[in-house]
Design a protein around this ligand. Structure first.
Ligand SMILES: [Zn+2]
Length: 460
């Protein structure tokens, strides 16, 4: 914080959706930032008067919102083969015959490139904070990519102790790698987490040691669980208990844990997650693209209604394809109405909460991000409301934002006070220059993995 906060560096003008405790929306408001922090929020005239020397950007017609939170995103591999894995494969095939073989062949350069490409899309769609999903081979290079593009992420590395598979190792070796990663300072925007692949691909020993490491280090622990009934069957067969029940028996549930998916949960599992304050990242596009039964189950709504901690995720480019928080929020809101056949239970505003302050709470970062309030990090997104879809402007801006818009109207983005997107383009990388590099890396990766893309229709 500067010594004289009255001299703000920058004022961003627009209708401000604060997501503060009262959920105030300020028509013709403004946000003042200095360094990496928000130092003023209020009506534009007041903020301009208070910080007369600040540079000002934006117009009253713009919409200023907190940076979006994507609580489950794979930053490596999938990006290079995005929209390549067919969408009509039997369950599991897309993971074990496509995703895992490509992960096994990733070079350090691939990891940095895919991180830059994925986060470039994320930022230009307004996603400023991303939880990496736990399939990173070269975390130093993912961190480098995130620093280059200027995004806020959590970062772990591949953790499983199965008999074979890329980067599999005995529990102590996996924990050693994770522990080494936690010891490194990756920069102010990168928070190391403990990450496991999860599912039934972690022994009880690995999971309990990972849990102990996360608790000892005061950081998060994330892993995949129960996107399909496969994990339920596996845990019932191995332990006689459903997955979340078994995790409760092991004592590893808790507020530092973020479970990805949790689509197939029993009532008792939902209760255990709520009681232990364990968070869940819901990735609805993945469940639909992969046909995993979320429209029959949709326990995420039960979890939310019982006060559980919930966030939204976009997952991997081949389990949802687009990295767009608003698109995900709209889908989630639609499912939450349609599955119980009740339009009153959940809507755009609740989904927008999950994308901002609710998501920040679920990943343990609500002290710093998720709302536009003095003292918080200056992670801000400006939507341009002059495009054809926006006229006439709705009185309820959140309703229009979630149902009538998506990431394409994002014009400018700041992370920790640095402008990382300007006029819809990343400020720190030249995407056109990266295009041929990405094309060559994709071809080389598929060759090494022995995979030949097969478009469904004859393509010449
Ligand atoms: Zn995932």
């Amino acid at each position: 914080m500067p010594d004289t906060p009255e001299h703000g560096d920058l004022i961003i003008r627009g209708t401000v959706v604060t997501m503060n405790a009262r959920r105030e929306v300020l028509s013709d408001g403004a946000v003042a930032i200095s360094g990496d922090r928000i130092i003023g929020v209020g009506p534009h005239a007041d903020v301009a008067a208070r910080f007369p020397e600040a540079r000002e950007v934006g117009r009253a017609v713009d919409l200023v919102v907190p940076g979006y939170v994507n609580a489950h995103q794979h930053l490596t591999a999938d990006r290079l083969v995005q929209s390549s894995i067919p969408d009509d494969l039997p369950p599991g095939e897309s993971i074990f015959e496509w995703a895992v073989p490509t992960h096994a062949e990733l070079t350090p350069d691939d990891d940095e490139l895919t991180t830059i490409l994925t986060l470039a899309e994320s930022l230009t769609n307004g996603v400023t904070t991303t939880v990496e999903a736990g399939t990173v081979a070269h975390p130093d290079r993912v961190a480098a990519g995130a620093r280059t593009i200027g995004a806020r992420i959590t970062l772990g590395m591949w953790g499983w102790d199965v008999e074979e598979g890329p980067f599999a190792a005995p529990p102590d070796e996996v924990i050693g790698r994770q522990s080494d990663l936690l010891a490194v300072d990756h920069g102010p925007l990168i928070t190391p987490w403990v990450t496991l692949v999860g599912h039934d691909l972690m022994s009880d020993e690995l999971l309990t040691k990972a849990s102990a490491l996360a608790r000892r280090s005061g950081t998060g622990l994330t892993f995949h669980l129960s996107p399909t009934t496969g994990d339920v069957d596996a845990y019932l067969g191995r332990t006689g208990r459903r997955p979340v029940e078994h995790l409760a028996d092991l004592g590893v549930l808790g507020p530092e844990v973020l479970i990805a998916h949790g689509v197939h949960l029993s009532d008792s599992e939902v209760e255990l997650l709520v009681a232990t304050r364990t968070a869940v990242a819901a990735c609805p596009w993945a469940y639909l693209r992969l046909g995993q039964g979320t429209t029959r189950e949709f326990r995420h709504l039960d979890l939310w209604q019982r006060g559980g901690r919930l966030a939204l995720g976009c997952d991997a480019e081949n389990a949802g394809d687009a990295v767009d928080g608003l698109r995900t929020a709209a889908l989630f809101a639609g499912l939450a109405k349609d599955v119980p056949v009740d339009p009153t239970v959940f809507g755009a505003h609740e989904a927008f909460e999950l994308l901002t302050i609710g998501g920040a709470k679920a990943i343990g970062m609500a002290e710093e991000i998720g709302s536009i309030e003095v003292g918080k990090q200056a992670d801000l997104v400006v939507h341009d409301r002059t495009g054809p879809s926006w006229y006439p402007h709705a009185d309820d801006v959140v309703l229009q934002l979630v149902w009538g818009s998506d990431g394409r109207s994002v014009r400018d983005v700041w992370v920790a006070g640095d402008q990382v997107v300007a006029d819809g383009r990343p400020t720190r990388v030249d995407l056109e220059a990266l295009a041929p590099v990405a094309a060559a890396a994709k071809r080389a990766l598929l060759d090494r993995a022995g995979i030949e893309p097969r478009p469904k229709w004859p393509t010449r």
